[in-house]
Design a protein around this ligand. Structure first.
Ligand code: UD1
Ligand code: CA
Length: 453
């Protein structure tokens, strides 16, 4: 049987380069806080324990760790000190302890798994995920001899020979839970930064005759975020990953680089996505649906074979049924639109239900707000709303009813009824000519008047 796993997630760093009121680890990547990405990768390892390490007073970060507990690091004295803050919460734990950073949203479960496996197989007390860096300068260098990791030297403390090494520390570390307290206790701060470096545990373990290993992973996973520019870089990398996964699962993207997904976007196979489409949080699209160019959609379930866009905006709380068509400049909010219904041009459909096979004409507005409260518009199946109509909520239109074009509907329309909500047209035969003559004479008189002045 494998021994239980504990994970310590460090999130006590100041993150001052973000210049933000929001704690660094809560900045979103693909619509979800960085920390949530890390916790999702960690959760898939099915750890027995997860402990966060936060700065004093970081209530919102503690909340983001829930249901996991968060230990407080009183002062940011270094990564070694940060892990020490988690020790009380780890008391009694003897399996491996994995240390990860809350500001590295791209880390995958597979890499964490590989580190744990390698440590277990090698009987190592310390294991480190390393990578070959294009630019090793900001990272701790891994000093490896044969199959053994001998020590980690921080950039600022490295000599010229060590600085030439491009195999570096990602920050992800695995420690033997039975020895972690002893190893951390031996860390000093006799270095350039006057910090307690977690990385010192490697040298300490080796001096005690314990084994340590380094496992190589892909650089792309270890991009930490310290600034807005690095946040944008992490976003780009995450989008790249989400797009590739979607395409591998059978989604067609005409121009993938312009499709923006959320971490929780669910796309069925044979979904087609046009250029410049943004998926906000909580979107599910069933097989065979098409999202045409320039749509912005969020908080919606879209059924099989539906066709959305181009230029459609869908806001949260919506549900679009099978084979529904929603066209250009149509905005949906908290609206359920059932199978086969159509709203193809210019409309605002908010707080409503639209029955199957109904047709919403161009320019239709559901008037849902009176300045104080929001009200619902409920349409049965097979309703026809003529173009340029306003339906003033709360209002119901029964099954099979017709609303004529240009209507302002303020009262319920029963099933099968025909409703006019507009002034009746009057047609006066032969009266166009006299009217034109009158208007022409008036214009000529005005011109003469102007000439005299
Ligand atoms: C650290 C590693 C370095 C590695 C690099 C990878 C050490 C000494 N160095 O360097 O070898 O190559 O990460 O990115 O570990 N934190 C706390 N409390 C603290 C200090 C840091 O919680 O007192 C957290 C930060 O929020 C951050 C992480 O630990 O998530 C790393 O800290 P940071 O100061 O960025 O370490 P680096 O100097 O980049
Ligand atoms: Ca860092």
């Amino acid at each position: 049987m494998k021994s239980p796993l504990a994970v310590v997630v460090l999130a006590a760093g100041a993150g001052t380069r973000m210049k933000s009121a929001l704690p660094k680890v809560l900045h979103p990547v693909a619509g979800k806080p960085m920390l949530a990405h890390v916790l999702a990768s960690v959760a898939r390892l099915k750890p027995a324990k997860v402990v966060g390490v936060i700065a004093p007073g970081a209530k919102s970060v503690a909340k983001a760790f829930a249901p996991y507990p968060a230990a407080v690091q009183k002062r940011a004295l270094g990564t070694g000190d940060a892990v020490k803050a988690a020790l009380p919460a780890l008391r009694g734990h003897s399996g491996p302890v994995l240390v990860v950073y809350g500001d590295s949203p791209l880390i995958t479960t597979a890499s964490l798994q590989r580190l744990l496996e390698s440590c277990r197989k090698a009987g190592a007390s310390v294991g480190v995920l390393g990578f070959v860096a294009r630019d090793p300068s900001p990272y701790g260098r891994l000093i490896v001899n044969g199959g053994t990791l001998e020590k980690i030297v921080e950039s600022k403390d490295a000599n010229a020979g060590e600085r030439a090494i491009d195999f570096v520390n990602s920050g992800v570390m695995c420690l033997d839970g039975a020895r972690i307290a002893g190893l951390l206790g031996a860390i000093g701060n006799d270095n350039v930064k006057r910090e307690f470096y977690l990385t010192d545990v490697v040298g300490i373990a080796r001096a005690r005759g314990l084994h340590a290993v380094a496992v190589e992973g892909p650089e792309a996973e270890f991009q930490g975020v310290n600034s807005r520019a690095e946040l944008a870089a992490a976003e780009r990398a995450m989008q790249q990953r989400l797009r590739s996964a979607a395409m591998a699962a059978g989604v067609t993207m005409i121009d993938p680089d312009t499709v923006w997904l959320s971490a929780d976007t669910k796309l069925g196979n044979d979904v087609t996505i046009g250029p410049n489409v943004r998926f906000g949080p909580s979107v599910t699209v069933a097989s065979g649906a098409s999202i045409l160019a320039f749509c912005d959609i969020e908080g919606v379930r879209i059924g099989k074979g539906a066709r959305i866009g181009p230029f459609t905006r869908i806001r949260p709380g919506s549900d679009v049924g099978e084979d529904v068509h929603i066209g250009n400049f149509v905005e949906l909010k908290a609206t359920t639109i059932k199978r086969g219904a159509k709203a193809n041009h210019f409309a605002y459909l908010g707080d409503s239900e639209i029955g199957a096979a109904s047709n919403i004409g161009a320019g239709t507005i559901f008037v849902n707000y009176d300045g104080y409260g929001k009200y619902r518009t409920l349409l049965g199946d097979d309703v026809f709303i003529g173009s340029n109509s306003s339906l003033v909520a709360p209002v119901r239109i029964g099954k099979g009813a017709n609303v004529t074009a240009g209507s302002v509907i303020t009262e319920d329309v029963p099933a099968g009824a025909l409703a006019f909500g507009r002034a009746r047209q009057e047609t006066k035969k032969g009266r166009a000519g006299p009217l034109r003559a009158k208007l022409q004479a008036r214009a000529a008189a005005a011109k003469r008047q102007k000439g005299k002045k």
